[in-house]
Design a protein around this ligand. Sequence first.
Ligand code: CAA
Ligand code: NAD
Length: 302
Amino acid sequence: IIKRSLSTSTSRNAISNITVIGGGLMGSGIAQVAAATGLNVTLVEVNADLLKKAEERIADSLGRVAKKQYKDDKSAAAKFVDETRSRIKGNTNPEDAVKDSDLVVEAIVEKLEVKHDLFKKLDKAAPEKTIFASNTSSLSIGDIASVTNRKDRFGGLHFFNPVPVMKLLEVIRTSETSQDTYTAMMEWGKSIGKVCITCKDTPGFVVNRLLVPYLAEAIRMMERGDASARDIDTAMKLGAGHPMGPLELADYVGHDTNLHILEGWHKKFPDNPLFVPCESERKLVQEGKLGVKTGEGYYKYN
Ligand code: CAA
Ligand code: NAD
């Protein structure tokens, strides 16, 4: 009996085809890391141009990984890049892209209504076995899952930017996520080389509940004129040992994403002063200065 239940659970948890929806900063990294460990990946974007951009971002990042992993062997490095790229198929039709999928990881814009529209469609198109996961930074996984008929096969897989470098994966289980789904997500996370922690479905899980208010406090400090952006960043790098200062990190995460997080939390928890959106960040978003990804935020990038 033990043998049978073990093998059933293993086959149910086997994940070899994954679909990543959204090929931006996060989705391209997730697709890359999964393909690098031998999985077949379908990457979905809204049009062919954005798919091409995602493929270029992946090729660039894979080049950096290969340079490190195969530093004395150029042909092994090239083989690794080519083989990994060949496992990633682009698609602009999300329903078609989930037809053979064992796991779907969604990494599209941080807006609940947009995620709902997508998951309603995917729920109808995907096989019953398919596990759905969101990479949301700040929304409730339960709220996202609420529009589907697979709440037991729905959880959170929260990666960190840059995905190929950051070791952590937050695995989020809601009150309705089944034990099998949770186990499959944890096993999958480990199999792609991440260190997994378990989180409840609370705002920002662990990292962002601490990080997002910290970034907002640093922005407010600069807005008050207490110190310059450069000095705040230098302070946190040299005084607290962080790899990036908070203003640099806000540029790196993307101001659209940051603002969506704060606006969402402020609406839900209006009395928490840590969640008040920052005026200078709102202005940057209005001007299209979203940070590193558009070439300008609090700093300029070339
Ligand atoms: N792909 C592949 N490799 C990459 C990479 C990428 N996109 N970005 C950096 N690397 C590699 C580099 O090639 C380099 O490799 P070597 O050690 O072989 O030289 C290594 O990472 C270090 O990179 P750099 O020398 O360019 O620069 P760095 O030392 O400043 O490191 C960093 C870059 C890893 C991004 C580091 O600055 C860092 O850890 N920053 C903080 C990042 C962070 O906090 N991320 C979390 C954001 S919050 C989030 O993601 C959650 C959310 O929901 C908002
Ligand atoms: P991004 O803007 O870089 O990428 C989002 C991509 O999704 C865009 O390329 C867009 O064209 C695409 N997209 C939008 N709607 C789509 C749809 N219906 N179907 C297919 N593709 C669609 O954003 P990002 O930084 O990659 O963030 C994506 C998600 O990951 C968000 O939920 C965000 O909160 C979360 N996240 C972001 C970070 C970060 O540091 N930026 C870290 C962890 C999690």
